[in-house]
Design a protein around this ligand. Structure first.
Ligand SMILES: Nc1ncnc2c1ncn2[C@@H]1O[C@H](COP(=O)(O)OP(=O)(O)OP(=O)(O)O)[C@@H](O)[C@H]1O
Ligand SMILES: [Mg+2]
Length: 239
């Protein structure tokens, strides 16, 4: 994917297998959000192909890709501010069912799962950042996805909220949803990821198990830094 002369995604290639949790990490401006946009149909890449479930989805409109079961959240949350939390989730549910009762049932389940039930009648614009992030996940869950791409869904959360978000990821994954996660909070994603892909300046520089990635010299140099490396010795034992 190019913007003018800037190659934001350069020959990036990797596979996410059904049932996996894969994390996509890398410095600011590495091209992670751009890659999500290319995969989810918000951008049409200049070259290359994107496959979902064996089907070529390159350049397909995003609503068609969502219908196929692949959906994503946005780094900059986009709730429908003047609608209630419940109605925000319902907009996702109506994608799967035109029957109001059925859609309401889907929305209710998702509101409970994401701990938003008590806030269902609040206007989305009045939620805290943590709840807006939850709502972002709730809206995509209501579309009954098979795979979700999360773009910094934990940014701005406190420690206990991060733990809750990690638990939700694991729970969704155990329920059969494949996850591709973009995140800067290594302590959150390393313990739950099966594999990690690293982007730097638009290129894939590494791919492997979390324990391999935190010990990869190129990744430490490009992104994790020496300070993290020292801390990672502790993390190492948990992976
Ligand atoms: N719509 C756009 N037009 C022009 N340049 C863009 C556009 N979107 C992204 N870029 C540029 O492409 C590069 C990759 O940006 P991208 O947002 O994908 O990075 P990122 O890895 O998601 O970073 P972050 O961790 O800060 O979210 C950056 O240099 C950015 O400035
Ligand atoms: Mg980004």
């Amino acid at each position: 994917m190019k913007f003018g002369s800037l190659v934001a995604n350069d020959n990036v290639s990797f596979v996410v297998k059904e049932g996996e949790i894969v994390s996509l990490i890398g410095p600011n401006g590495a091209g992670k959000t751009t890659l999500f946009n290319c995969i989810s149909g918000f951008y049409k890449p200049f070259s290359g192909q994107v496959f979902f479930d064996g089907k070529d989805i390159t350049g397909k409109p995003s609503h068609e890709i969502t219908m196929m079961g692949l959906t994503r959240t946005f780094q900059i949350v986009k709730p429908l501010k003047d609608m209630t939390v419940r109605d925000n989730v319902l907009t996702g549910a109506f994608l799967r069912s035109s029957n109001k009762k059925e859609a309401q049932k889907i929305a209710e389940e998702v509101l409970h799962l994401t701990h938003l039930w008590d806030k269902r009648d609040m206007f989305a614009g009045n939620l805290t950042i943590a709840d807006k992030k939850r709502l972002e996940i709730a809206r995509v869950l209501a579309t009954k996805p098979r795979m979700i791409m999360l773009d910094e869904a934990m940014a701005g959360l406190n420690q206990s909220e991060i733990k809750e978000a990690m638990d939700l990821c694991v729970k969704l994954n155990r329920s059969g949803i494949t996850l591709l996660i973009v995140e800067h909070i290594m302590e959150a994603i390393m313990p739950i990821s099966n594999r990690v892909v690293v982007l730097s300046a638009g290129k894939k520089i590494a791919e492997g198990k979390p324990v391999e990635i935190i010990n990869n010299e190129e990744v430490i140099k490009a992104y994790l830094g020496e300070r993290y490396y020292a801390k990672s010795k502790k993390l190492d034992r948990r992976l």
